[in-house]
Design a protein around this ligand. Structure first.
Ligand code: HEM
Length: 407
């Protein structure tokens, strides 16, 4: 792989703006990036930089660091599109898009018109008891052990159980789904990613066909058959692209954020106590931790020449918006490193503009319930003695392994 110095930059990219950044290295580090790398990048990086390792496979794209610039870009569908970003269908020789993630205007708003009511706060709150039960059962398996392997025993399983409940899919193959998800999202090995995508797509196709033959009254998958667009029902590839989107989008994000939140709480008993004393604090706590630890980096492709922060961005250029950079912008938030449950921040960690997270209400409920049930069942917890927390830095910042302990 060429280093930054050896790489031939496009003619419109000034060499002083081109760099590899450790925040996107796709590797484990043992320093907390929220306390070190991110504040340092805010202090040293120009408002727009050409980051040569920002995409999986170490390809390059522009990175914006300021909240206001990220917000403006999220709202700019005139110069930026999404189609062609993920290459999921391409990779297995098929032709469909992830719906609505890879859709652009005008069809994107037609998809969202069908989808938004299905993911409304009311519909998601109706799932709360089932979600709470999922959390309780998982916590039950380790609560008397005095310790847990948080990622393996809780945060990887929890969102899968919920998305499978939502889609009306069986729980018994959860472990296999987890394997596919990891290979799709956490590897640089293209063959592995392709094989896992093929398995997930074949599985979803099978379930869609089975449900088409025998629709059920009350599950989401059967509901999708009734979605309409321009006076017609969604076709087979739209249904597949949408199920694939939920399968992919609703798992890793919740796992990643949970790990970061529980790591923070394990290091900060005073913040834990605020929630123990008043469980409804979980609502503002989740919002503040979403701001600070938003794990996702979103991408767009430039479709029309435009100037951002004085720099020319050309058609075909990739642009990245890192939630964790935007959520820790000192020109937008006072003392961003400080976690203050009373801050009640506006943030971009669930996106913004037309692609704002479809599952945002569900995500919030999942995270709030996870915290509430954990502090209800488990006394003050901390990082297990002798355990060094690893942080994965890359386009989804997360904690791959987290061992907690309590008395
Ligand atoms: C903490 C958890 C979550 C985080 C941080 C998160 C973050 C995001 C972000 C930043 C976007 C915008 C991407 C972009 O602009 O390119 C997004 C979109 C999306 N999210 Fe989430 N998400 C979470 C949970 C979920 C869940 C639970 C679901 C569904 C079950 C979900 C489904 C989606 C979908 C379908 C989109 C695409 C929306 C569109 O393109 O119109 N997400 N999410």
């Amino acid at each position: 792989m060429a280093t930054t110095a050896e790489r031939v930059l496009p003619a419109h990219v000034p060499s002083e703006l081109a760099m590899d950044l450790p925040l996107f290295a796709r590797e484990r580090v043992y320093e907390n990036p929220h306390e070190t790398m991110i504040p340092e990048l805010h202090a040293t990086l120009p408002p727009i930089a050409y980051v040569t390792n920002i995409f999986p496979g170490k390809s390059a794209g522009w990175l914006l660091k300021r909240t206001e610039d990220v917000k403006a870009l999220l709202q700019d569908s005139e110069h930026f599109i999404k189609r062609g970003m993920g290459k999921w269908a391409d990779s297995i020789g098929e032709d469909w898009i992830v719906v609505p993630t890879e859709a652009d205007p005008p069809i994107h708003s037609l998809y969202r018109r069908a989808l938004n009511p299905q993911f409304s706060p009311q519909k998601m709150h109706a799932m709360a008891e089932g979600i709470r039960e999922r959390a309780r059962v998982l916590i039950e398996t380790f609560k008397d052990n005095g310790e847990c392997d948080f990622v393996n025993e809780f945060s990887e399983k929890y969102p899968i159980l919920i998305v499978l409940d939502l889609l009306g899919l069986p729980q018994d193959r959860m472990q296999e789904f987890l394997g596919w998800e990891k290979d799709m999202l956490h590897t640089d090995d293209w063959d592995k990613r392709t094989a896992a995508t093929r398995s997930a797509v074949d599985y979803l196709k099978g379930e869609i066909a089975a449900r088409r033959a025998n629709p059920r009254e009350d599950d989401y998958l059967s509901t999708v058959f009734n979605y309409e667009i321009d006076g017609r029902k969604w076709n087979e590839v739209e249904i597949l692209g949408h199920c694939f989107n939920l399968f992919l989008g609703g798992l890793d994000t919740v796992t990643s954020l949970s790990g970061l939140m529980f790591n923070f709480l394990a290091h900060n008993p005073a913040h834990q106590k605020l929630i123990r004393d008043n469980p409804s604090v979980s609502v503002v706590a989740v919002e503040e931790m979403l701001r600070a630890f938003g794990p996702v980096t979103s991408f767009r492709i430039c479709s029309k020449e435009v100037e951002i922060c004085g720099q020319k961005v050309m058609p075909g250029d990739y642009v990245a918006m890192s939630s964790v950079m935007a959520g820790n912008d000192p020109t937008y938030y006072d003392e961003p490193v400080k976690i203050d449950f009373d801050r009640r921040p506006a943030h971009l960690s669930l996106g913004g503009g037309i692609h704002k997270c479809l599952g945002m209400h569900l995500a919030r409920i999942e995270l709030q319930i996870a915290i509430e049930e954990f502090v209800k069942a488990i006394p003050e917890f901390r990082i297990k003695d002798g355990f060094k927390v690893p942080y994965f830095v890359g386009n989804i910042v997360h904690i791959p392994d987290l061992h907690l302990q309590w008395n």
